[in-house]
Design a binder for this molecule. Structure first.
Ligand code: ADQ
Length: 461
């Protein structure tokens, strides 16, 4: 049986000694339940980037971490990963920063990952690489003689050829993606765009669902949507909704309806438009004044990215504006928290909320949408308002689907959600819940590893 080796930019916080395991660890829990190895950056800055790893153990999982130099952190992580690839792959070409030094650092740090990993693996290990920071890793591993099967999963969107074309060295990036054995995407649309880019940049034939052959190597592109353990999350939500924190939330609401938004504080999440939409709801549908509060939990994230600093200032200002304009001495319409909230607490908050407001401008999948659905009381569920540009919208069609660029459309959907009869809420929720139980964290791991094994061998899942 093959050992699973996960590589991601960082190892989950819980493993490296932090307070709690991250989202990726929750999703991969299933495929690592019999153990495995996880390699990533420690999150620490050191005088030099060095492939000498620190080894630790977390439950049955061995983890290996290494430090980055300040320069590599700035050019590889803040630079190419989060100021070039992140905005481009989120359809924000105007925010893309090009700098050849960023790209050089991107390649060089990936070579460090490759050296660190090559020293740790066995020939039969299955290597599963995660996300946009590590696109060159398969090529770098092959260059140091690693022959294992290597898969890659992109958690964020992929773009059409006309957009990828804006990236200097787009062709090289496509070559590097094709050095993997399997490349996974969140949605059929992202898969389709990748196949299109392969035809456009590499001049190969890329038939839907078939491997692409290039440089005598075959890569299988697949759509493999990530999910959550919906039933476990539903149980957690039921428990948390009866806990003290949820009771405090209840008391503070004084019978008003709750709209909830939960995001990292990132410009791809569409928060300014969401604040604007909530203001318009109160302007245009005055029956909701005094009757509804919107709680936005926005965990600060990647604060070294200039655009996220600008966003934080803008949201502080907009939150002040909405409340200044609409609040009463005993009613705060918009509650805005710029900290992370524990997953168990969030589950209870979701269950209390009449509306889950998820309006990213682009998103690979968006797990908050699935968590919100999972957390609802099936007898009296809330309504999900979901951006058509979140990967989750491909599947969750019974949500109220909106264009996140249009605050009026969001305001109208909020009104519809707040006034939706219970029978309709139940009917929509039933279908949504069925869907999130079909595509779970477990099916995500199982299907990806199945593809990576090529159906013949045994895999630990
Ligand atoms: P993210 O951009 O981080 O992930 P998302 O999927 O919404 O987006 O969230 C991941 C996890 O973080 C969720 O479990 C959520 O509960 C948690 N989270 C978000 N905001 C939080 C907050 N304020 N406080 C506490 N927890 C919070 C990337 C891609 C997504 C893709 C995931 C998984 O951008 O499109 O769905 O990876 O593949």
């Amino acid at each position: 049986m093959a050992r699973i080796v996960i590589v991601s930019n960082r190892v989950p916080a819980g493993m490296a000694g932090g307070p709690q395991a991250g989202g990726l660890a929750v999703a991969l829990k299933d495929c690592l339940k019999d153990g495995g190895l996880w390699l990533g950056w420690s999150g620490e800055i050191a005088p030099t980037t060095c492939a000498d790893v620190k080894i630790g153990r977390f439950g049955k999982i061995d983890y290996a971490t290494f430090d980055l130099s300040r320069e590599d952190y700035e050019k590889f992580y803040v630079g190419y990963s989060n100021s070039t690839l992140w905005p481009l792959l989120h359809f924000q070409p105007g925010l893309v920063e090009f700098d050849r030094a960023y790209f050089d650092a991107y390649l060089s740090v990936n070579r460090t990952y490759a050296r660190a990993l090559a020293a740790l693996i066995e020939p039969t290990d299955l290597i599963w690489v995660h996300d946009y920071h590590l696109i060159p890793l398969a090529s770098a591993l092959r260059a140091v003689g690693v022959e294992n099967r290597i898969g890659f999963f992109l958690h964020i969107p992929f773009v059409p050829a006309s957009l990828l074309n804006l990236l200097p060295r787009a062709e090289k990036l496509m070559h590097m993606l094709c050095a993997y054995d399997v490349v996974g995407f969140q949605t059929e649309q992202h898969l389709h765009d990748f196949e299109d880019c392969a035809r456009h940049f590499l001049n190969v034939s890329a038939d839907a669902g078939a491997p692409i052959v290039i440089d005598n190597h075959s890569v299988l592109p697949i759509a493999n949507p990530i999910g959550i353990d919906a039933r476990a999350f539903a149980r957690q939500a039921k428990r948390s909704a009866q806990g003290n924190v949820a009771k405090r939330l209840d008391e503070s609401m004084q019978g008003r309806a709750l709209i909830i938004g939960v995001d990292r504080l990132d410009y791809s999440k569409g928060l300014p438009n969401r604040f604007e939409a909530f203001g318009r709801l109160l302007d245009r549908f005055s029956e909701h004044r005094l009757k509804v509060s919107y709680l936005q939990v926005a965990a600060r994230s990647r604060e070294d990215v200039t655009e996220n600093q600008r966003l934080k200032r803008e949201l502080d200002r907009r939150a002040g504006e909405v409340n200044g304009r609409h609040a009463e001495f005993d009613w705060v319409p918009l509650r805005y928290i710029t900290r992370a909230v524990a997953r168990a607490t969030l589950a209870g908050f979701y269950r209390k909320a009449r509306v889950g407001l998820v309006t990213p401008l682009r998103d690979g999948m968006n797990l908050v949408a699935k968590e919100y659905v999972a957390a609802q009381d099936p007898d009296d569920p809330g309504v999900l308002v979901l951006s058509r540009f979140a990967g989750a919208a491909e599947q969750l069609t019974e949500a109220l689907i909106v264009n996140p660029l249009d605050p009026d459309e969001i305001a109208e959907a909020l009104h519809q959600a707040l006034t939706m009869p219970r029978a309709e809420r139940k009917a929509r929720h039933e279908k949504l819940f069925e869907k999130i139980c079909q595509t779970t964290a477990a099916t995500y791991c199982h299907d990806f590893l199945g593809a990576l094994m090529g159906e013949t061998s045994d895999v630990v899942t």
